[in-house]
Design a protein around this ligand. Structure first.
Ligand SMILES: [Mn+2]
Length: 188
């Protein structure tokens, strides 16, 4: 059985000037919610900021309904169209993550919620500071990493979620912000 992760990074999917514009838009204009949540009687703080946007007919219990579903913004729609044309694949939802500095992170997980179906294709766009994306095999000891570069598109094919966990760890080397958009197709 192959254990090479089924991921591919397309560098420069957005050119640097446009990537900077997109980063600044999200940092300055996007309506970020509070990242403190109460769940099952306990309060916790998400170590990043997030919003979830989807088509009107989509119901999704992402992170146990912590996030409200928002409409697409004009910028998110424009980016979705560019991604869809490039991949010849449609997406009906996007999770927007803002890693404000190297302290913000996401722990080990796979994007394998039942709402994404059995064969989830997820694509991840990065704007701003470079962060290390690490992965480890669910059954073996194999590990690896890629640096998510400004303006890049990371394609995660379905087997990646089946076989691997991934994370963006904390780092003391980064003090600038990173915006990450992950486009998904929620099965209706
Ligand atoms: Mn993920």
């Amino acid at each position: 059985m192959a254990t090479k992760p089924d991921i591919e990074q397309i560098a420069g999917f957005y050119q640097p000037a446009e990537s900077d514009q997109i980063l600044r838009y999200f940092q300055q204009e996007h309506d970020w919610p509070e990242n403190r949540y109460r769940y099952s009687g306990r309060q916790f703080v998400l170590p990043r900021l997030q919003t979830w946007h989807a088509d009107a007919n989509i119901r999704y219990s992402y992170s146990n309904n912590l996030l409200e579903t928002r409409a697409w913004t004009p910028l998110l729609l424009a980016i979705r169209t560019k991604v869809e044309l490039f991949l010849a694949n449609s997406f009906n939802a996007v999770l927007v993550n803002y890693y404000r500095d190297g302290e913000d992170h996401v722990g080990w997980h796979a994007d394998d919620e039942p709402e994404l179906g059995k064969q989830p294709l997820i694509v991840s766009l990065s704007f701003g500071a470079e962060r290390r994306f690490e992965f480890k095999h669910k059954l073996s000891s194999k590990t690896g990493s890629v640096v998510l570069s400004q303006g890049s598109l990371l394609i995660m094919r379905p087997s990646f979620q089946h076989l691997w966990l991934h994370r963006v760890p904390k780092t003391h080397d980064v003090c600038a912000g990173r915006i990450n958009l992950t486009f998904r197709q929620v099965v209706i």
